[in-house]
Design a protein around this ligand. Structure first.
Ligand code: NAD
Length: 347
């Protein structure tokens, strides 16, 4: 972002700096807590509104608190003593959720309004915001053979209704808290993230997890068929969770990216049909495909242009889809079989 503010150097990061992660009971937040723990950080606080028993990941040694951060008082509690805040809390899900529950998605503005203010009031050193590729102008995403989206493609704005507009507005908060108040903010626009410990059933799951589950079900039940939303030609890119958490860390700590939205996504574009074929190959099966043309489908195509992240960080998410999908498939199969045996699993 263009700003006249000089960027003051941070004090040296210490392993006992308190790191707060909201949405810590969710997919990316839970994995991020595990990532920082592995890196040797000793004081981590994960915050989520879900009861602790429903968290996707509980990382040993991480303070886990059940709080609703759409409430300003809870945000103050969440940010107490924090050096860095990673705000990943949002009411969200795959296309089926964000097309159907636009009001819920819009209400995340409360989380983002109160969290950034509480972080600022608490004097945190840096604040991370998880934005989304859904901020991009939908008119640029109608064709499956889409041109990859670069950061400037968010404006003129015509974001995904509900979810995308809320993200765009919350990005602006991050930019203005830096410009007006000097809070160092980081803004990453995630493109579809997948991997172990993500939602895989229940209506909020995204395409990779949904397809893995459907293939597992088709094999288990002997149905031999799979239902696919849309006609299978829509295209997307999918980023493996390990790339996502590493990218969050790098973006958050790059002085040249303060208050500057940046893509965090894979640039390996595949159609939904190709995604299904990849999962079938992992599972060693070939299924009859039933295309559900009335199901939620989202934009025609979406890919991440990684020119900017390569330039700024000399890095980009690069886990091949085949590799990440194999791990994800194995994890979902394990959950599926455990649930079948009557064990309680988080879906
Ligand atoms: P997730 O649903 O697994 O995690 C979000 C967590 O936030 C959930 O556990 C939920 O309970 C919690 N939450 C919701 N409202 C809350 C509140 N008021 N107070 C406290 N906690 C609350 O989702 P995720 O995939 O981990 O996504 C994390 C962030 O990344 C979100 O901001 C999401 O919009 C963004 N994002 C994710 C993807 C993706 O592909 N997963 C893509 C683009 C952007």
């Amino acid at each position: 972002m263009e700003t006249k503010r000089p960027v003051e150097k941070d004090p040296r990061q210490r392993r006992d700096d308190l790191i707060v992660i909201t949405g810590g009971g969710g997919f990316i937040g839970g994995n991020l807590a595990g990532y920082f723990r592995k890196k040797g950080f000793t004081r981590l606080r994960a915050v989520d509104k879900k009861p602790l028993g429903d968290w996707y990941v509980r990382v040993p040694g991480v303070e886990s608190i059940c709080l609703d951060v759409s409430d300003p008082v809870n945000c103050q509690r969440a940010c107490e003593g924090a050096v860095e805040v990673y705000n990943l809390a949002a009411d969200m899900g795959g296309m089926g959720f964000i097309e159907r529950f636009r009001i819920e998605c819009l209400r995340s503005i409360l989380i983002n309004t109160h969290m950034i203010e509480a972080a600022y009031q608490a004097g945190v050193r840096r604040y991370f915001y998880s934005s989304s590729a859904c901020v991009y102008n939908t008119l640029l995403q109608q064709d499956p053979k889409v041109r990859a989206l670069k950061e400037s493609d968010a404006y003129p704005a015509m974001a995904e209704r509900g979810y995308g507009w809320e993200k765009l507005m919350s990005e602006m908060f991050c930019q203005e808290y830096w410009a007006e108040r000097g809070l160092k903010t980081a803004i990453a626009r995630f493109h579809n993230v997948y991997g172990p410990h993500g939602t895989w059933d229940g209506g909020r799951e995204k395409a990779p997890a949904a397809i893995c589950r459907k293939v597992i079900e088709a094999i288990d039940t002997g149905r031999g068929e799979i239902d696919i939303w849309g006609d299978g030609t829509r295209t997307r890119s999918f980023m493996y969770i390990e790339d996502c958490v590493k990218g969050i860390d790098m973006i958050m700590h790059c002085d040249d990216l303060i208050a500057t939205p940046i893509n965090l996504g894979s640039s390996e574009l595949v159609s939904i049909n190709v995604l299904v074929s990849k999962v079938e190959k992992i599972a060693g099966v070939k299924l009859k495909r039933n295309y559900q043309l009335d199901a939620p489908k989202g934009v025609g195509g979406r890919n991440s242009d990684n020119t900017f992240i390569r330039k700024m960080l000399h890095w980009e998410p690069s886990t091949p889809l085949d590799k990440g999908l194999a791990v994800t498939y194995a994890w979902i199969k394990e959950q599926y079989l455990a649930r079948k045996k009557g064990k309680r699993v988080v879906e």
